[in-house]
Design a protein. Structure first.
Length: 399
């Protein structure tokens, strides 16, 4: 467990270094905020290009080996990135491929982690995972700042590339997992269509499971859309200075870390139902407080509550996903639903952006937050039915 958590933490810190460095590099190259915004469009675009077929790979190949290959691929591309810095198009292309590899990495890692941890240890592991992620949120930007001070953003990019290579080596030391379909012969359109049918059959047969999954995914989509307006809202609506906004971001990181830390202490008393239901509800209430605030103090209260609650909600969702989606089709289910989620990410960001452009930023944030609250109320009610989902779901073989 310790090695896997360290590996996850290393990747998370590297992601933050990469994100901050790349934003600054593109801004320095172009002087255009739009050029930076394109970087954020590339991530959902990468998911759209990969997730319809990547599940077929994930469920049939050895997940540990696939994770190693993806880390090596991402590390190599990121190290190459400085050598194509004279062309913005080439940089965008490499970033797109890195994001495509990341889109495959996410569901692959979920399948692998589900296989190596027994049911009774998953809430604790996911709580520790939230703690590691929150640590990356706090440590990553700080390391990026030190690297900028020592050299330049390109030094940070090189460092991030080598963290992926180190992560690939550490993955090699992790336990092996069995895969009943490792003898898969290769891609075909018919094979992929058959896999979509498998996901469709599972979704129709287990409607309660996938409705809850979809509601939580939509909730997270809306948090991303509202967060895209966070900087503008904080400065224009709350009147915060750059320094005060920096404090607000730090409070968010502290809230996630405290929430994750408390979970590790009381994990035996936690249930999937409580984590998803109450975590989602208080997440939305935190956003509502933030969206209704008029100054730093009330905004900080909202941000702390939403980030604190997010740690619980995420742990509940990860554990729910691992518990109720069979591992033999987990890659396909996760990939197909992530593909659908990417459409909603793009649509919600554009929709709230248009409301902010032609109406007001507060109106846009409130529309997003009220929708989140409605979804979280539905999740809270639906989460009470989790116990009615048969545990035998884990052992069904539909593929």
């Amino acid at each position: 467990m310790k090695l896997l958590l360290f590996n996850l933490g290393l990747s998370n810190i590297g992601d933050w270094i990469y994100l901050i460095s790349l934003n600054l590099i593109v801004l320095d190259m172009t002087g255009s905020p739009f050029a930076v915004a394109v970087l954020y469009i590339l991530k959902p675009l990468a998911a759209l290009l990969t997730n319809l077929w990547s599940g077929s790979l994930i469920d049939r190949l050895n997940q540990r080996q696939l994770l190693m290959m993806l880390d090596l691929f991402r590390g190599a591309l990121i190290i190459i990135l400085p050598f194509v810095s004279s062309s913005l198009i080439l940089m965008y292309s490499l970033v797109l491929f890195v994001n495509m590899a990341s889109a495959v990495f996410k569901p692959t890692s979920m399948v692998y982690m589900t296989k190596i941890f027994p049911e009774e240890g998953r809430i604790r592991f996911n709580a520790l995972r939230s703690l590691v992620d929150s640590g990356g949120f706090l440590i990553g930007p700080g390391i990026a700042g030190v690297l900028f001070w020592i050299g330049s953003p390109w030094i940070a990019i090189y460092t991030n590339g080598f963290t992926f290579l180190l992560s690939a080596f550490l993955t090699m030391l992790l336990p092996k997992v069995s895969n009943p379909e490792e003898k898969w012969g290769g891609f075909s359109i018919e094979e992929i269509r058959g896999d979509w049918q498998v996901v469709s059959q599972f979704s129709r047969k287990h409607i309660l499971t996938m409705v809850l999954y979809s509601l939580f995914s939509l909730l997270i989509v809306l948090t991303a859309a509202v967060d895209s307006l966070e900087a503008a809202f904080s400065k224009e609506m709350l009147g915060l200075t750059n320094t005060e906004y920096g404090f607000l971001v730090s409070i968010a990181g502290g809230g996630i870390m405290l929430g994750a830390l408390i979970q590790t202490w009381i994990n035996r008393a936690l249930t999937i139902r409580g984590l998803i239901g109450f975590g989602s509800l208080f997440l939305s209430i935190g956003y509502l407080i933030y969206a209704s605030s008029s100054g730093f103090i009330s905004g900080a209260v909202g941000v702390f509550l939403l980030s604190f609650s997010l740690a619980f909600a995420n742990t509940g969702f990860f554990t729910f996903y691992q518990h109720y989606i069979p591992t033999d089709i987990m890659g396909r289910v996760g990939s197909v639903y992530d593909w659908l989620e990417s459409f909603f990410v793009i649509g919600s960001v554009i929709g709230l952006g248009l409301i902010a452009q032609f109406g007001s930023i507060r109106a846009a944030v409130l529309v997003g937050v009220i929708t989140m609250l409605i979804l979280s109320l539905g999740l809270y009610r639906l989460s009470k039915k989790i116990d009615t989902i048969s545990d035998s779901l884990q052992h069904q073989e539909l593929a």
